[in-house]
Design a protein around this ligand. Structure first.
Ligand code: FES
Length: 82
């Protein structure tokens, strides 16, 4: 079965150093806490050239830039209506 949603985190060195290391763990926790493993495909990607907006996180086709680790839960909660 195909996942309904895809969350893509940039694992490029710039985004990783600017917060995606923490954000990676937060997204994993969110998915697990809300039992979204079946409906959400969480993957990493290499630099897409958006470093100046980093750290970047994509939820389906929506690109979020300058993501503050403290706001990740709110961003995901809003998107998934949780
Ligand atoms: S390192 Fe993330 S967009 Fe370049």
């Amino acid at each position: 079965m195909q996942s309904e949603h895809t969350i893509t985190i940039c694992l490029g060195s710039s985004c990783f150093a600017r917060g995606n290391k923490e954000i990676l763990a937060i997204v994993k926790k969110f998915v697990s806490e809300h039992h979204l493993e079946e409906s959400v495909f969480f993957k990493g990607e290499l630099c897409t050239g958006n470093c100046e907006k980093g750290p970047v996180l994509k939820i389906d086709e929506e690109l979020h830039g300058n993501v503050d680790p403290d706001k990740v839960y709110d961003i995901l909660g809003e998107y998934f209506n949780i």
